[in-house]
Design a protein around this ligand. Structure first.
Ligand SMILES: NC(=O)c1ccc[n+]([C@@H]2O[C@H](COP(=O)([O-])OP(=O)(O)OC[C@H]3O[C@@H](n4cnc5c(N)ncnc54)[C@H](OP(=O)(O)O)[C@@H]3O)[C@@H](O)[C@H]2O)c1
Length: 233
């Protein structure tokens, strides 16, 4: 496997399962040191056992001190930070009057504020390395649907943050990308559909973004599974 990221350091949030887990392995196989951040310690330890360049770090993105420590760890352990992937996320779905305040806060705290904090602490290091921020949004960050009041708001907010960062970091040559996938076969939904994207397909797209030629930025990529005709509405 091409090791295009040798000598680079990445942070992947939400690395304990799903897309973040696959992505962490993909980046490590591609040569990068990867700080694998999430709350589930055992899952992170198992992940780190699969590759010597994966550094597990228990991190709750809703705690500012944890997020700062995540960035500091990348720099103290490897001497640099090149790639920040804000992948952690969760969804609660239901009509607005049915969503609880706690569900709303949890989506905003992880999907949006967690990404803000990670960017805030990482940017000085990413400016030094002329690095790259990749925000994992969703198709739900590009179109709304009934039941997505909180989730869509958090992902539209993440897109706004990405767009602002694109402008703010242009002169520093820090790339900013947003990936908006449709359904992925992870534990995010209890019963993912067979035709949903695989985490490998999505991770490969992130790999393409972070290994693009120096003069190329993928600002926003929207990817969907190909739905079999008999299942189309
Ligand atoms: N699956 C889909 O259909 C789909 C579609 C479009 C976009 N997405 C987006 O893709 C991203 C990855 O989702 P996924 O499908 O891989 O979901 P997943 O399998 O449920 O994994 C979510 C990850 O987020 C982490 N996380 C949640 N709360 C956290 C917190 N407070 N602090 C740190 N980490 C936290 C979880 O780790 P811990 O529980 O160990 O903390 C876990 O590693 C999300 O941003 C999601 O919105 C998913």
């Amino acid at each position: 496997m091409a090791d295009k990221l040798t000598s680079k350091t990445a942070i992947v949030t939400g690395a304990s399962k799903g897309l973040g887990h696959t992505l962490t392995q993909r980046l490590a196989q591609g040569g990068a040191w990867v700080i694998a951040a999430a709350r589930s310690e055992n899952r992170l330890k198992e992940l780190a056992a699969t590759h010597e360049k994966i550094i597990p770090l228990v991190t709750d993105l809703t705690h500012s001190n944890d997020v700062k420590r995540m960035v500091d760890t990348a720099v103290t352990e490897t001497g640099r930070l090149d790639i920040l992937i804000n992948n952690a996320g969760l969804g609660h779905f239901g009509r607005v009057e049915e969503l609880t305040e706690q569900q709303w806060d949890q989506m905003m705290d992880v999907n949006l504020k967690g990404a803000f904090l990670a960017c805030k602490f990482a940017i000085p290091h990413l400016i030094k390395s002329k690095g790259h921020i990749v925000n994992i949004s969703s198709v739900a960050g590009t179109v709304t649907f009934p039941g997505g009041g909180g989730y869509c708001a958090s992902k539209f907010g993440l897109q706004a943050l990405s767009d602002v960062l694109t402008q703010e970091l242009k002169k520093d040559e820090v790339k900013v990308s947003t990936l908006c996938p449709g359904s992925i076969q992870t534990e995010f939904f209890p019963d993912p559909r067979d035709h949903a994207l695989t985490p490998e397909q999505v991770a490969e797209t992130v790999w393409m973004m972070v290994t693009a030629d120096p003069g190329v930025i993928f600002n926003q990529v929207i990817m969907r599974p190909q739905v079999p005709p008999e299942l189309q509405k």
